[in-house]
Ligand binder design. Structure first.
Ligand SMILES: [Mg+2]
Length: 437
């Protein structure tokens, strides 16, 4: 043994001492909370979920409540937001009407939710998560996916141990408990975290995914709610194992794109990545017209105005995009998306507009459009954006002019400066900006 890479070496979740698989209690601290798994040191995708979060925070702040059944809820909606585990033993559940909850557990203490406090604690936890990896994708105030792939050298420990240490840290520093699911994909990491709450740490490996899922209900699958489960049941499908026996084409024929999801998730195939918070993929602006438009005269000024909107948002965020994306939707709801890469990232309305215009000109074939949108993707920091262009002198002049226009607008407001393109051409009655922006 001696090494975490030894296939038999599990570890104790309380003291992290390595353990041989044959033991049932930690030989160092006596704890029964041991982790063993064939894939213990190769899995890196985690789902972390706080246990009865609101209730746990209130119990932390008032130790008198610790051993009492506690319900967080009431207020306007009159339902249970969170029930502590003691209240759950009495049958209290989330979203239960309060009067029912109190029928089930009359001795329960009821506290109105203090959202501000929970948000604050949620943020503290998120900060600690970000010390483990930047790859943190929050799902709600008290849960997140973490991808710990490639962090082993930084932490000098495999993800499983990093996570166990993290659970201890949350208990010590925040004063609440969490449950962890560790797997190779989001779907099963989330399933795992729910497996032995509270203070759980469950692992679902790649090799056992099929057999693990076989006897589970279809409702375990993401996107299968009550209504869809009823549809499946009417078709004779109740378990994930049944889905595992079916062909992808057959499932898609009957259930469309959902059929594809059923096929994949039932087999533990889930390629969704962990997407860190705040990682915007694009900045865009679009507008739908009251009357369908087909001419350059009508469309170009709108494109200009939308480009300026996009540029303002890029400048405000200190970001720039390397690819300009034009989106059109025709009268018959067909979408056209065209894009062009720039030599360097830009946040200038003029550059975004001119590139968009080149793309638009090719699409003006008499088609009537109901929507136009412009945006940039491949976002990065603005520090490399729009370098002084030695070749295209005009472009530099325009950039300088745009800087001046921006300064005027900051001073006098957006309406103070209109470029030639957004000036009247007889369409002031239908200004863009009713799109989602
Ligand atoms: Mg939770």
């Amino acid at each position: 043994m001696g090494s975490v890479n030894h296939p038999l070496a599990g570890f104790c979740r309380d003291c992290l001492t390595l353990q041989h698989s044959a033991v049932r209690r930690c030989h160092a601290c006596g704890s029964p909370r041991l982790l063993h798994h064939d894939e213990l040191y190769s899995l890196s995708l985690a789902h972390i979920d706080c246990d009865a979060f609101y209730a746990a925070v209130e119990k932390r702040d008032n130790p008198d409540l610790r051993d009492k059944p506690l319900i967080i809820g009431g207020g306007k909606r009159g339902v249970v937001s969170t029930a502590c585990y003691i209240a759950r033993i009495h049958g209290v559940r989330s979203a239960m009407p309060m009067f029912k909850a109190l029928e089930a557990c009359p001795q329960a203490v009821v506290i109105k939710p203090d959202m501000e406090k929970y948000v604050r604690v949620g943020r503290e936890i998120r900060q600690l998560m970000l010390e483990l990896t930047p790859m943190v994708e929050p799902i709600s105030i008290d849960e997140a996916f973490l991808d710990l792939k490639g962090t082993e050298r930084l932490h000098r420990d495999p993800p499983a141990r990093v996570l166990a240490r993290f659970a201890r840290r949350i208990e010590d520093e925040i004063g609440i408990t969490i449950s962890i699911g560790l797997s190779y994909c989001k779907f099963l990491a989330k399933v795992a975290s729910d497996f032995e709450k509270p203070r759980g740490f469950s692992i679902i490996g790649e090799k056992e995914a099929l057999s693990f899922l076989r006897d589970k209900s279809v409702t375990l699958i993401w996107g299968v709610g009550k209504a869809f489960a009823a549809t499946l049941q009417a078709d004779g499908i109740r378990t994930i194992g049944q889905l595992q026996e079916m062909e992808e084409a057959a499932l898609m024929r009957v259930y469309g794109t959902m059929g594809q999801r059923l096929y994949r998730l039932s087999r533990g195939m889930d390629v969704r990545r962990v997407e860190p918070e705040g990682e915007m993929k694009s900045v865009s602006s679009e507008t739908t017209f009251n009357t369908d438009l087909s001419s350059a005269n009508d469309l170009v000024p709108i494109l200009r105005s939308l480009s300026e909107k996009v540029s303002r948002r890029l400048k405000a965020g200190g970001i720039a995009g390397r690819t300009v994306v034009l989106k059109l939707k025709s009268q018959d709801f067909k979408s056209r998306t065209r894009n062009r890469q720039l030599s360097d990232p830009s946040q200038l309305a003029d550059r975004i507009f001119r590139t968009g215009l080149q793309l638009l000109e090719k699409e003006l074939d008499g088609t009537k459009f109901r929507l136009i949108g412009i945006g940039v993707s491949d976002l990065e920091d603005a520090d490399k954006a729009d370098p002084p262009d030695l070749v295209d002198n005009q472009a530099t002049k325009r950039a300088v002019a745009e800087g001046a226009i921006d300064r005027l607008r900051t001073k006098y407001g957006n309406k103070a400066v209109e470029t030639g393109y957004t000036f009247g051409t007889g369409r002031t009655e239908r200004p863009p900006g009713n799109g989602k922006g």
